[in-house]
Design a protein around this ligand. Structure first.
Ligand SMILES: [Mg+2]
Length: 362
């Protein structure tokens, strides 16, 4: 029997944050999200979601999802690659990055959720299966707008909650302030907890080198996106001179971009993002590509999906733990002992909390 895609529903929700966050790139006051449900003609449904900062931009993405989603209605829900190709082809004219590609991601993800439900296995198993749990690092805090005291208190609280790694942001106007903040967090968590620093592309090569030369004793697991994500030559130069491993990739879209990152030696960890790789299939291709270069991959955000992906890959390390969407799930991911454990449920294993969605609907 052919299982056909019958309808697609998109809704926009705005999940408020208790306190605005500041990164080197932009302030974040709410997590504006498009949630997507794909329904088949035999009553199975799959879900996906994407987000951006700014309701107008998110509305634009929602409108793209509605348009592109229309193209796969009537297709066989099991033909995920065919649907992906059809949606990508439709975007050739407006380009294979930005809103067009982001719009494909939740639709493609929903098809994998459906495939898992049809097979009766968790997505991690459907993708090949390698482990049942993945180590996570806390990423919900340690922002640029926190004082050193606040950083130390919060960092210690993550350790208490069982995290064995955490990420802080850098990109203050003066890099010496960043160095002082990193030293303060390291002091608060001790030598055994892994610490990552994300500069969100704030620096040029000389500034990044100044940071790297002076943070050596903080023993960072990685420095993330030190410079602009398209400056491949700069990243390669930096990576070759850096005593701290670099993590790159979250802002890159195409498989060809990732080939450059790997081939040109731009980083030591590759970080694909689910919405910028257009969903699960291409994200997995990026992970396999990195494996061919003997590089580890570490998932960007989307822990509810990407923990499954990481659990299907021998070269995956450290899922980012970012609970921004926890308020709209019926049940949060299974976080214990510093890890996300895959639940033995078909597909993604998560469901919307419809009461919460009503509350946040825009
Ligand atoms: Mg980042």
């Amino acid at each position: 029997m052919t299982r056909k895609i019958q309808s697609i529903r998109t809704r926009m929700v705005s999940i408020p944050l208790e306190r605005p966050l500041i990164t080197a790139t932009f302030p974040i006051t709410a997590i504006d999200t498009v949630i997507v449900d794909v329904h088949t003609n035999d009553g199975i449904s799959g879900l996906g979601w994407v987000f951006a900062f700014g309701r107008g931009r998110v509305r634009g993405i929602q409108s793209m999802i509605d348009d592109i989603g229309g193209l796969i209605v009537g297709e066989d829900a099991g033909h995920i690659q065919r649907c992906l190709q059809k949606m990508r082809n439709a975007c050739t004219f407006i380009g294979h990055s930005g809103a067009a590609i982001i719009a494909i991601s939740p639709l493609e993800t929903a098809l994998w959720d459906i495939a898992g439900k049809v097979a009766g296995v968790p997505l991690a198993q459907l993708l090949g299966g390698y482990r049942d749990a993945i180590e996570v690092y806390a990423s919900e805090g340690l922002w640029l707008n926190q004082s050193i005291d606040e950083l130390q208190v919060q960092a210690a609280s993550f350790v208490t909650r069982g995290f064995r790694g955490m990420k802080m942001r850098a990109g203050k106007p003066n890099v010496d302030d960043d160095l002082a903040r990193v030293a303060a967090v390291r002091e608060a968590i001790g030598p055994d907890v892994k610490l990552m620093v994300d500069a969100n592309q704030a620096w040029d090569v000389p500034t990044a080198l100044r940071f790297i030369r002076n943070c050596e004793e903080q023993d960072l697991l990685w420095l993330e996106e030190p410079i602009y994500h398209q400056d491949y030559a700069g990243m390669a130069r930096l990576a070759s001179q850096s005593s701290t491993p670099l993590c790159v990739g979250e802002t890159n879209y195409a498989i060809e971009d990732f080939r450059r990152l790997c081939q040109e030696g731009c980083g030591h960890f590759i970080m694909p993002d689910l919405m910028r790789t257009a969903g699960i299939s291409n994200w997995m291709k990026v992970a396999h590509l990195a494996e061919a270069f003997h590089l580890p991959i570490t998932p960007h955000l989307f822990m509810e999906v990407s923990s499954h992906q990481a659990c299907a890959l021998p070269n995956a390390v450290w899922q980012e733990h970012q609970p921004w969407w926890e308020p709209i799930w019926k049940e949060p991911v299974d976080f214990r002992d510093g890890k996300i454990h895959i639940r033995q449920r078909p597909g993604l294993g998560v469901e919307w909390n419809e009461d919460a969605i009503k509350e946040y609907l825009v």
